[in-house]
Write a protein that binds this ligand. Structure first.
Ligand code: DGL
Length: 274
């Protein structure tokens, strides 16, 4: 850790952030794979969605959230957001060169390997698909495969609104999935951590024959490897503390985690000034 970020005396934890509730899908998997490791999560709800913004905005927010998590004891950072990874993971690594950082990126390589007909699609935010990192991923791994990159503007906003059953979500899903059906893709990557929250409805719109691939499990596995390599002493039993915070409405996030994840016993900290 460099001199901008002296190690916090607080107990070590894994710091996780996303623009909002999407990263909770990664957090849930981290919790499952690392039940004895304290986790701190920030939903940057007041500044969401990231996907309709440019690099500078996303980088500035990411540096701010990461700085806060490090001050709170984070010894490993998980960027549970494809958009923030695409635009800011380089800046995060440059600012904290000794901090292990796990990013979240569309798994082009496994999707290419899983496709039987050589036609895949990526559902992601406008900003992720416009990024150099995404172009680079395609250049490195998609040779010979037809990739339909489908931006989904508006979908994160509706998921953030909290009603995962709303008909407006179905209308957008239909708009974004129709071109994928027409193109006959057999494999679809969920390239935004919000989308697993509506996965059954995406599956219904695409048809059961299409395989949907997520990235949370791989992100959590990589986090386990890096956490173990740090070899930090932990005094926690199986149920380490899980701390949630948001730059937006704390009560709304608390309701969301209770309804969507069944986590009913958690309080949420409000960080309006972050
Ligand atoms: N969960 C973020 C991602 O994975 C959503 C980005 C947004 O806020 O638009 O890309």
């Amino acid at each position: 850790m460099n001199r901008n970020s002296p190690l916090s005396p607080l107990p070590p934890c894994i710091g996780v952030f996303d623009s909002g509730v999407g990263g909770l899908t990664v957090l849930r998997e981290l919790r499952r794979q690392l039940p004895s490791v304290p986790l701190r999560y920030i939903a940057d709800t007041a500044y969401a969605p990231y996907g309709s913004h440019g690099s500078d905005y996303i980088t500035e927010r990411s540096l701010r959230l990461a700085g806060h998590l490090i001050a709170q004891g984070a010894r490993l950072l998980v960027v549970a957001c494809n958009t923030a990874t695409a635009h800011a993971v380089g800046a995060l690594r440059a600012r904290w060169p000794e901090l292990p950082i796990v990013g979240t990126e569309p798994g082009i390589k496994p999707a290419v390997a899983a496709s039987r007909n050589g036609r895949i699609a990526v559902l992601a935010t406008v900003a992720t698909l416009a990024s150099e990192r995404y172009r680079d991923l395609l250049a490195r791994h998609a040779d010979g495969t037809q990739v339909l990159s489908q931006p989904c503007p508006g979908l994160v906003d509706l998921i953030e609104a909290g009603d995962l059953q709303s008909p407006s979500i179905d209308a957008l899903i239909e708009r974004f999935c129709a071109p994928l059906r027409e193109a006959g893709v057999d494999t679809v990557l969920l390239g935004c951590t919000h989308y697993p929250l509506i996965q059954p409805r995406l599956q219904r719109a695409l048809g059961e024959q299409v395989q949907l691939l997520n990235i949370e499990t791989a992100v959590a596995q990589q986090s386990v490897r890096l956490w173990q390599a740090l070899d930090l002493p932990t005094s926690e039993g199986a149920n380490a503390p899980l701390h949630l915070a948001t730059t937006g409405d704390a009560a709304a996030l608390q309701r969301f985690v209770a309804e969507a994840l069944g986590w009913t016993d958690l309080s949420v900290e409000a960080l309006p000034d972050l």
